[in-house]
Design a protein around this ligand. Structure first.
Ligand code: M6R
Length: 602
């Protein structure tokens, strides 16, 4: 979720790059950098932290006259947010910026190191520039070298490369990560989304996967696997705010739709053919660990609850989950054979951070699952796994929850592998289901209009119950929290088997029940719980792959053979339901009243 900008032309390049990066900062901002070649001179600046730091560093620098330039704002995935890890990455005479993940970078890096290449950073990106220069030192042809480099890369990338060996050209390639080219007379712009070039370029071409080429003399030479190709430009949008939302009405909506893509980032390099791997974790992290305790708040707490089922079921490891604000004052008994796990989107939640400090003081090993590298919780933990969801702007968390849950699912398998509690057959079923997750997260064409239509029936009443069993109980809690946060309607998540122990007294036609009825987990049990509610005239919205005639409203899901795929598919349905109810009620979807994105107070 980093941002890229490039410019070829005669205008002041530093300002174009910095203004462009400013527009992309909302995607990630742990470090930034630029590289410029003009008058055969290469200049490069990098700074850790917000873009302002790079602005301060480049205050004295001006870049007038014709030249080529590239810039990048980073959201760390490989390696800490340091200047050395910030882009552009440098070879002996070339610079590269890159978004995405080069999956085979370790293999490429080993080959380059064997040839004597010294790496300065911990990133996958640096391999691109060294590979380019290795090829160039052999053939003295920059274009052929770039082509050869690209042909060796596996994974997702959008990349720009400039080199003193050909100082009037920008080389580019795209596969799996977004990149576009903007045009205005003989000026050429590159960016990872529209916003940096709105107001500068007038026309745009959105690169397709597998396309690459070079910009020279104000012209683009575009190629794909079939050779050089022609392309048509289109008019560029003029509304920046709209462009940041990629055409969606709200950031929350955009983030719901993004879940399928970011899930690929979350799994990349971790979900391998035959196992789960976390290269960021020491192999001995789980040695002598007999118990897992997870502490978190809000949505992160819900992902923790879901994980507790997976750790016990798959990894056969006892797992307790605690709300961080409760944990802090309960005088908990902590044992050093417990791994203390914190989950936080922001990494700054005060209650979670304080709980972590308590656990550390008691001598427990700690692991954080977080979306923001270098955040307080990540820095405080012994080990961290980043969720790679990209910056989440909507206060109501969506993609952070999805990616946290995926990391925890992968972690449960990882522990199961280490403790040998999973056989090969189950392992391959789980890995296979993970591979299908991005598909389960896609918003089907007919789903969103259906939720818009349904939402008008659920704007009144005396409250909502979201009900589910097992893994679907935490999902019910999360569905209710989403609705509460942005609709301001009362909603509760409940284990469906528990309704008869009290809450069923509330049942009447004005009680709305959202029933999560997966086919692959306790279907008959939950069905009979929902039937009990129907018999008492509650209004039921059932979500299930299995038709359920008693429901007042029914959303049919498609996955029916793996609980986690059902989980993710149903999660999207509940998110869209909350979104559309909030829209109908005229609320501020992205910034609901009384809430903040990051809760840094007790
Ligand atoms: O940043 P964190 O994950 O630690 O935040 C925890 C909660 O404050 C957060 O999940 C909150 O509940 C969200 N608004 C949920 O949508």
């Amino acid at each position: 979720m980093c941002g890229i900008v490039g410019y070829l032309g005669k205008n002041e390049k530093k300002e174009i790059l910095l203004d462009g990066l400013q527009e992309l900062e909302y995607r990630g901002y742990d470090s930034a950098g630029i590289a410029v070649i003009e008058n055969k001179q290469l200049k490069n600046f990098k700074a850790v932290g917000r873009l302002k730091n790079l602005r301060d560093k480049t205050k004295e620098y001006e870049s007038k006259g014709f030249g080529v330039s590239i810039g990048h704002t980073r959201w760390a995935t490989h390696g800490k947010p340091t200047e050395l890890n910030a882009h552009p990455h440098m070879g002996a005479y070339s610079f590269v910026v890159h978004n995405g993940i080069i999956e085979n970078y370790q293999e490429l890096k080993k080959e380059l190191q064997a040839d004597g290449v010294k790496f300065l950073s911990q990133t996958d990106t640096e391999t691109i520039v060294h590979l380019f220069e290795k090829n160039h030192n052999l053939n003295n042809n920059p274009w052929e070298s770039f082509k050869k480099t690209i042909s060796k890369l596996e994974g997702a990338y959008a990349t720009l490369l400039i080199t003193e060996a050909d100082e009037e050209t920008i080389y580019f390639a795209k596969n799996g990560s977004p990149m576009l080219i903007g045009f205005n007379d003989s000026d050429v712009y590159f960016a990872s989304s529209d916003t940096p070039i709105i107001g500068k370029a007038t026309e745009v071409y959105y690169l397709e996967d597998g396309e690459y080429g070079y910009a020279q003399n104000g012209k683009i030479h575009l190629f794909d696997k079939n050779g050089e190709k022609t392309f048509s430009k289109q008019a560029l949008a003029t509304d920046k705010a709209m462009a940041q939302k990629d055409g969606y009405r709200f950031f929350m909506e955009k983030e719901i739709y993004e879940q399928s893509t970011v899930m690929n980032d979350t799994m990349m390099g971790r979900l391998l053919d035959d196992r789960i791997e976390f290269e960021e974790l020491d192999k001995d992290l789980f040695d002598n660990i007999v118990n897992i305790k997870i502490c978190a708040c809000g949505t992160s707490y819900h992902s923790a609850l879901a994980a507790s089922y997976l750790f016990e079921r798959i990894a056969k490891t006892p797992c307790q989950v605690e709300i961080a604000s409760e944990f802090r004052y309960k005088e908990p008994l902590l044992r050093d054979d417990t791994l203390f796990v914190t989950i936080s989107q922001s990494g700054e939640t005060a209650d979670t951070l304080e709980a972590l400090k308590m656990a550390k003081k008691a001598g427990l090993k700690s692991l954080s699952i977080c979306n923001v590298d270098n955040s307080s919780i990540v820095r405080e933990s012994d080990a961290a796994v980043l969720t790679r969801a990209g910056i989440e702007k909507g206060v109501a968390s969506t993609k952070a929850f999805a990616t946290q849950t995926m990391v925890l699912w992968m972690l449960a398998i990882y522990v199961a592998q280490a403790k040998e509690t999973i056989d090969n057959e189950l392992l391959s079923q789980e890995l296979d289901a993970m591979r299908h997750t991005p598909k389960a997260l896609l918003v089907a064409d007919e789903l969103h209009p259906k939720m818009t239509r349904l939402s008008k029936r659920y704007l009144h009443g005396h409250g909502f119950f979201f009900i589910g069993r097992d893994l679907f109980f935490p999902l019910a809690l999360e569905g209710a929290l989403k609705l509460k946060e942005i609709s301001y309607l009362h909603a509760e998540g409940y284990p469906s088997g528990e309704m008869k122990h009290g809450p069923i007294a509330l049942a009447d036609a004005e009680l709305f029940t959202v029933a999560l009825m997966p086919k692959s987990l306790h279907y008959e049990k939950i069905k009979s719980n929902v039937e009990e509610l129907c018999a008492r005239d509650a209004t039921v919205l059932a979500i299930s792959p299995e038709p359920f005639d008693l429901a007042d409203d029914f959303v049919k899901t498609t996955y029916d053979s793996h609980p986690m795929l059902e989980f993710f598919e149903m999660m999207v349905v509940t998110q869209l339901l909350a979104l559309e109810i909030s829209v109908r009620l005229g609320n501020d979807v992205d910034m609901p009243r009384n809430l903040a994105k990051s809760v840094t107070v007790e």
